[in-house]
Design a binder for this molecule. Structure first.
Ligand SMILES: NC(=O)c1ccc[n+]([C@@H]2O[C@H](COP(=O)([O-])OP(=O)(O)OC[C@H]3O[C@@H](n4cnc5c(N)ncnc54)[C@H](OP(=O)(O)O)[C@@H]3O)[C@@H](O)[C@H]2O)c1
Length: 283
């Protein structure tokens, strides 16, 4: 099966390129800021059109293009729109009737107050980032595209931002303040990739919306488990409350994965086991 990963130079794209490479025939397409390999600027419709002529036939495109800087998106909404929405519009106008599309979206399409959001729950993004990602989802649903919208929540390995911050702080013997009242649903990279592999093999018919996430957990609890797995204790992990700091608007952005795991027939191990594996894994 011929699979193209666009946005292959990014964090998620490179994880998928590496992880799916042994199983599928993968073509990696980078974005305009990467000088090596093949690159296409998906904000340019003529470039996307030319690209199609070069790469046909294709079975699946995995869209890992995105602008995920939440703070910068608030300051530069036009830039966030161009990368998160215009690229999807161009992708759809050239490819929607020619191959399956797997589009990566985010838990940030939800408001983040009640948590455990299901695929069918109403979205209510609070951030420009979340709003642009939801607009892209709407374009895909309105199009003829088949495939899946995959909402991901904090896929982690030992190079992801939060685990890296925990590891660096511990190595410098620094206390790490973590919210005990802010919840999310992180998923280890190993299982993210395996679930994507299963999804590629089960794609057929109408577009699906799926939640690739782990169990609901607080930032504090995650950091404790991570530290215990890394150094055998969690002495440097200190609980704080978001209400006191007033910095984080979302109390619970966790997304529910029951429907997705059932659809993919996938058994996900507990978060503790996922963390233990990622802490030790050499990239
Ligand atoms: N990372 C997460 O924790 C997370 C969580 C939830 C959802 N997501 C979603 O997953 C997707 C990928 O995230 P990421 O973490 O991998 O982001 P990333 O590391 O910032 O990578 C973004 C990718 O988009 C490419 N790109 C940007 N503008 C482009 C353009 N005009 N044309 C073609 N490609 C372009 C970049 O290419 P160049 O740099 O080569 O130009 C890069 O490959 C995003 O849609 C994001 O919303 C990520």
């Amino acid at each position: 099966m011929r699979v193209i990963i666009i946005g292959a130079s990014g964090y998620i794209g490179s994880i998928l390129s590496r992880g799916l490479g042994p199983t599928f025939s993968i073509l990696e397409i980078n974005g305009p800021n990467t000088r090596s390999g093949l690159s296409v600027d998906f904000t340019s419709l003529p470039q996307v059109d030319e690209f199609k002529k070069l790469v046909e036939p294709i079975d699946v495109i995995i869209n890992c293009i995105g602008f995920k800087d939440i703070n910068r998106s608030e300051l530069e909404p036009d830039l966030a729109y161009r990368i998160n929405v215009l690229t999807v519009k161009n992708l759809l106008s050239i490819f929607s009737e020619h191959c399956n599309i797997i589009h990566l979206s985010t838990d940030f399409v939800f408001g983040g107050s009640s948590g455990k959001y299901k695929e069918s729950d109403k979205c209510n993004p609070l951030t420009v980032y979340g709003k642009t990602k939801l607009s892209a989802e709407a374009l895909i649903r309105e199009s003829a595209a088949e495939g899946a919208i995959v909402r991901i929540c904090a896929p982690f390995d030992n190079q992801a931002a939060f685990p890296k911050f925990i590891t660096e702080s511990i190595s410098k013997n620094r206390v790490i303040d973590c919210y005990q009242d802010a919840y999310y649903s992180p998923l280890s990279v190993l299982h993210f990739v395996k679930m994507m592999g299963n999804l590629i093999l089960s794609l057929e018919g109408a577009l699906k919306t799926l939640h690739f996430s782990g169990e609901r957990i607080s930032r504090y609890h995650f950091a404790k488990l991570y530290s215990e797995s890394l150094v055998g204790n969690s002495e440097l992990i200190s609980p704080i409350n978001r209400e006191k700091t007033n910095l984080l608007p979302m109390s619970d952005i966790s997304i529910d994965n029951h429907y997705t795991l059932q659809f993919l027939k996938y058994a996900l191990p507990p978060i503790k086991k996922q963390i233990e594996r990622e802490v030790r894994f050499e990239i």
